[in-house]
Ligand binder design. Structure first.
Ligand SMILES: Cc1cc2nc3c(=O)[nH]c(=O)nc-3n(C[C@H](O)[C@H](O)[C@H](O)COP(=O)(O)OP(=O)(O)OC[C@H]3O[C@@H](n4cnc5c(N)ncnc54)[C@H](O)[C@@H]3O)c2cc1C
Ligand code: FES
Length: 281
């Protein structure tokens, strides 16, 4: 598989300005940050930023968010993220207005490897897991390869799903499902997957809540041609020094722990075990 190029990492803080911070769905926001282009590495699909929510110490730790979009125009770079309001940090972010100054670290982490040319890929997202897959869709679209993709996107309810309009605007084959039938099919994304022979012979790209990713891994991994999962983990530093984000992987000789922020967040499905998807997130 090809690797997305330009996987450079940056560990100095970028100063940016909020240009958009608007409702994307119930309890979800879309944030756009502008900053000078050229000083920073260009992100590739699968990477994330650590966003400093507060200049002071409460909350002290920056928060990780997947990069959904990136562009440059007239020396200005633009990063787009989608976030769900869940706690202190994201509640504070939801108060930001255009013109607010913020700092972030990134782009961080590894990235998705591109599928071989003229292959079939299933991108499987749950809830707020869509953003890194949206970045992959846009990257493939720019390469003229969007017809190789199908996105299966599941949520609890329509009001908790973000980015479907973006996918439809790009003309991507997208199938949705919700637990109450308010968007697409009634049921779970694993139900949708069964209509695609559980990913048999396809390249899988997966991001969502850990229980959903575990269910996909159990149902599909051995049938797929290849698979990559963007894992959820709590992160303190985001660039490899605290080991707080360790996830269990199994290769050849046995189990080891790898840092989701450095060796991940994207891991090959063949290296993952049930413990790679802790259910406390
Ligand atoms: C690589 C990576 C990419 C992410 N991308 C996105 C994204 O694009 N959009 C988005 O909305 N969220 C994303 N998250 C999760 C996001 O970082 C957390 O929701 C956020 O840090 C919560 O901050 P808070 O201060 O509001 O919540 P806190 O007050 O810190 O915690 C409130 C609750 O949020 C949940 N939470 C906290 N940290 C995480 C975490 N790391 N992962 C999952 N749940 C968590 C827990 O259930 C906790 O009980 C990502 C996480 C990682 C590791
Ligand atoms: S978050 Fe510190 S090592 Fe990964």
């Amino acid at each position: 598989m090809d690797t997305c190029t330009n996987r450079k990492q940056l560990t100095s803080l970028v100063e940016a300005e909020v240009t958009v911070n608007s409702d994307a769905a119930d309890g979800h926001m879309r944030l756009e940050l502008h900053f000078p282009a050229g000083e920073n590495a260009r992100p590739v699909p699968g990477q994330f930023i650590m966003l400093r929510v507060h200049e002071g110490s409460d909350p002290l730790l920056a928060r990780p968010f997947g990069i959904a979009g990136y562009s440059e125009e007239n020396d200005i770079a633009r990063i787009e993220i989608f976030y769900r309001i869940v706690g202190k940090g994201t509640r504070e972010m939801a108060q930001w207005s255009a013109g607010h100054g913020v700092k972030f670290l990134g782009p961080l982490g590894n990235s998705f490897n591109l599928p071989p040319a003229d292959s079939r890929s299933l991108l499987i997202a749950g809830g707020i897991g869509l953003p890194p897959l949206l970045a992959l869709v846009r990257y493939m679209d720019a390469l003229g390869r969007k017809d190789e993709l199908t996105v299966l996107y599941g949520g609890k309810v329509l009001a908790g799903m973000v980015g479907v309009d973006v996918l439809e605007g790009l003309g991507i084959d997208v199938q949705t499902c919700t637990e109450d039938g308010s968007c697409g099919r009634l049921g779970l994304v694993t139900g949708l997957l069964s209509e695609y022979e559980n990913g048999k012979g396809s390249h899988l790209f997966v991001c969502g809540p850990n229980p959903m990713m575990l269910a996909v891994h159990e149902a599909c991994d051995s049938l797929s041609e290849s698979s990559q999962y963007s894992l959820e983990s709590r992160m303190a530093c985001g660039f490899g020094v605290c080991s707080g984000c360790a996830v269990a992987v199994e290769r050849g000789e046995g189990r080891e722990y790898q840092r989701a922020c450095r060796e991940g967040p994207v891991f090959a499905g063949r290296d993952l075990v049930p413990d790679s998807f802790p259910d406390n997130l």
